[in-house]
Design a protein around this ligand. Sequence first.
Ligand SMILES: Nc1ncnc2c1ncn2[C@@H]1O[C@H](COP(=O)(O)OP(=O)(O)OP(=O)(O)O)[C@@H](O)[C@H]1O
Ligand SMILES: [Mg+2]
Length: 253
Amino acid sequence: MTRIICVASGKGGVGKTTVVSNLAAALARFNKSVIAIDGNTTTSNLGIHLGISMYPTTIQDVLKGRANIRDAIYHHEDGFRVVPADVSMEKVMTPEAHKLLDVFYKLVGEADFVLIDAAAGLGKEASSSIKAADEMIIVTNPEIPALTDALKLTQMANRFETRNIGVVVNRIRKESHEFPINQIEDFLGAPMLGEIYEDCKVRKAISDKRPIVTHSPKAISAQQFMSIAARLIGEEYKVRTPRFNKLWGWLRR
Ligand SMILES: Nc1ncnc2c1ncn2[C@@H]1O[C@H](COP(=O)(O)OP(=O)(O)OP(=O)(O)O)[C@@H](O)[C@H]1O
Ligand SMILES: [Mg+2]
């Protein structure tokens, strides 16, 4: 059965595209077939994260009825497929939910997972993706503004009957002013799917146009993405923390 999961956030810039590219790579490492779709047709950058931004056929062509979805699917070297969005100003558009639904349902049976990189916020672009998907993952940072916006997203998913499968808290620095991670489930009323630490290697991987999961598989953040992917498929994955990190964490307490 194909799982159609929208990766969304109330606040922009919290890490949705990073989560989509890495979950796609991580699920592929677990031998799952994945199609990652750029559902952000105004400020698209999934293709940019993956080093393939100049595609001839994109999601916009499919949504406008000018191309078949199969012509907009590209193979990534890390073992998953991508439906990119055009990054030019002329192709900016706000898709209707039913058009996205048509696209997603053409992919049923084509992959184990369809992951949608949604636009940020609660506007029509984001809500169309959430409405059209069956499940949603919320990405947030451990800060009150991002969490407050994430809470509204939870309510939106309930209204659309999209199953909220959990929260990924990204860019955790373990600083004392951060919102306590153990209170996020209660705050959002959604299960915790995983934590990703702030990691300069994630930024390096993005600049090298690869997911951290394949760029630096031993990095803690890469292992944390593997652990989230494992949870999605009901498997166990143990994150191994290098000794010096443990010592550093202890010194900072
Ligand atoms: N775990 C991390 N550690 C360090 N930097 C990170 C991490 N995750 C994301 N970033 C940084 O945050 C930036 C924004 O991430 P990303 O593009 O995934 O956010 P987004 O939610 O998709 O943004 P938008 O709302 O604009 O679509 C990245 O370019 C990267 O520099
Ligand atoms: Mg993005």
